[in-house]
Structures are given as structure tokens and as C-alpha cells.
Design a protein around this ligand. Structure first.
Ligand SMILES: Nc1ncnc2c1ncn2[C@@H]1O[C@H](COP(=O)(O)OP(=O)(O)O)[C@@H](O)[C@H]1O
Ligand SMILES: [Mg+2]
Length: 260
């Protein structure tokens, strides 16, 4: 199929069910989303609403789905080098040095190029000098930078980030948000970031996709037309955050008050 002009990832009428022995879970229902090349998309939603499932479908890790999920005119049915993924845990191999972790998924036929490419990506994530360190010698934020370098080393068109900063402390998290923006501006990779932090979603995204649960659907897509770097305390930023908060709680029974 032909993608709409300027659109790299096309998702149309996507449905994904999980069949267990007792019942059937509709994880994703009728998802429609066009993501443009170089766009930064944030996805927010409650736990269990299907965010990871959506990323796994795009990654090619879940291929038993209905609908169209097309990247560069090709239906996604398996993992490929055109997509990289970063998870909440870094998933580095503890017995390999940082440079070897980054090199792990890189094609073997690159010869001397391989060393240069690995070094370039270690530099890109700000870890020059740590090539020979092992994962246990790094802080959580540094290990996550290695995971980002490893996901980018094959020059994917799309980087999928599944709550990548969820396990980091608040200050490191803010630092990593700035870092991922710097990388995005330098590399122009399409970014799809799942987070349950609304502030993070608005700070980073060109658009914020708000999902609702049971079944997992796209409830609203909120554009963030604010210039970068963004000021989290500006009136406009707070208004957008507020709009997303109210989407989040519109269908809940207002279980608690929230301050914004
Ligand atoms: N492999 C699986 N088998 C059965 N159910 C699953 C599987 N993976 C996810 N689910 C279910 O699908 C729904 C969406 O899960 P998930 O995508 O992990 O949500 P989120 O990432 O938004 O927290 C949940 O109800 C979850 O229990
Ligand atoms: Mg998840």
C-alpha cells in the first residue's frame, strides 16, 4: 500500500487480541495513527491500556494482529533493523563491555567500520571514555544511554521507547529527557515514546496520543505546538498538560483530587 505523503508509519484499523485459556483480552481496538518521518510522538495511558502491546506490534514482536501497520510501504510482520527499541530496564548483557553491548546487534560484515560506528554512537549518547566499562559500573541513567546507543546503532527509521526513564530518579529523568531531545534533533529519527508521565509527554512530543483502556483505544491526540526548548512552567505548557489530565480522568470516577 501507499503511505500518505510525508508519512512513514501508517496504522489503520489495528486490532490486537490475546486469547488465554479462560477468556479473550482486547488489548488494542481500532487504532488509527499516521506518524510522520522525524516526528516525536508521546503515548500516555493507564497501566494495562495496551501501550506496550502497540509498541511491540510496531517492533514486529507481535505479528498476530488485524489491520494495517505499514512502515515505508511494507506491512510489519517481524522485527527489523529499521526499528530500534528501548525498554524500561536497560537489558544490557552484564558480561560484555559497553562497546561490545553497543556492537552486539550490529551487522558483522562492516569490518573496520564497525569500530567507528560503535564509537560514534557511544559519543552520541555522551559516554565517551566508558567504552571498556561493564554495565554494573554504570549508573541507571548511563546504562539507559547505552541502551539508546545500542538501539540507534543500526540507524533505524523509528526508535520505540517503552517507559525508558521510568526507573530513574527525577533529576536524572529530566537530564535524560534533554538528552533524548538532543539526539532526536541531531539524528532526525522518528521517536515513539510511551510514558505515564504527562509532563514528560508534553515536554517531548510533537503530539501526545492519549489512550484509554479496556479495550485499548486512542482517546485523543493532542498537538503540542510549542517551540523547543519548552518551558514547563509557561502558561501554554500548563494548559496542554491540563487538557491531557482531564482526558485521563474524564472516564474515571474522580478517585482523587489532583494538583496542576
Ligand atoms: N502476552 C500476553 N498474553 C495475554 N495478555 C496480555 C499479553 N500481553 C499483554 N496482555 C494484556 O493486554 C493488555 C495490555 O497490556 P500492555 O500492552 O502491557 O499494557 P500497558 O503497557 O499499557 O501497561 C493488558 O490487559 C495485559 O494484561
Ligand atoms: Mg507497558
Amino acid at each position: 500500500m501507499q503511505s500518505p505523503a510525508g508519512s512513514t508509519l501508517v496504522i489503520q484499523n489495528l486490532n490486537k487480541k490475546f486469547k488465554t485459556r479462560e477468556n479473550e483480552i482486547i488489548a488494542l481496538q481500532d487504532i488509527n495513527l499516521n506518524i510522520h518521518q522525524g516526528e516525536f510522538i508521546s503515548i500516555v495511558g493507564r497501566s494495562g491500556c495496551g501501550k506496550s502491546t502497540l509498541l511491540r506490534v510496531i517492533a514486529g514482536l507481535e505479528n498476530d494482529y488485524e489491520g494495517l501497520v505499514v512502515l515505508g510501504n511494507k506491512q510489519i510482520s517481524r522485527p527489523g533493523l529499521d526499528r530500534g527499541m528501548v525498554f524500561q530496564e536497560h537489558r544490557l548483557l552484564p558480561w560484555l563491555k559497553i562497546k561490545d553491548n553497543v556492537a552486539f546487534g550490529l551487522a558483522d560484515n562492516l569490518g573496520g567500520e564497525k569500530i567507528r560506528i560503535v564509537q560514534e554512537h557511544i559519543n552520541l549518547v555522551g559516554l565517551t571514555g566508558f567504552e571498556k566499562a561493564y554495565p554494573h559500573q554504570l549508573s541507571g541513567g548511563m546504562a539507559q544511554r547505552v541502551a539508546i546507543a545500542r538501539a540507534l546503532v543500526n540507524r533505524p527509521q523509528v526508535l520505540l521507547l517503552d517507559e525508558p526513564f521510568g526507573a530513574l530518579d527525577a533529576l536524572t529523568r529530566i537530564q535524560m529527557q534533554q538528552e533524548i531531545l538532543r539526539i532526536w534533533e541531531a539524528e532526525k529519527t522518528t521517536m515513539i515514546l510511551v510514558t505515564h508521565d504527562i509532563d514528560e509527554a508534553v515536554y517531548l512530543g510533537d503530539r501526545v496520543v492519549v489512550m484509554s483502556s479496556r479495550p485499548g483505544t486512542v482517546k485523543k491526540i493532542v498537538p503540542v505546538a510549542l517551540a523547543r526548548p519548552r518551558d514547563r512552567s509557561s502558561y501554554d505548557f500548563i494548559q496542554i498538560r491540563k487538557a491531557i489530565y482531564s482526558e485521563f480522568f474524564a472516564d474515571a470516577e474522580k478517585p482523587f483530587a489532583y494538583a496542576i
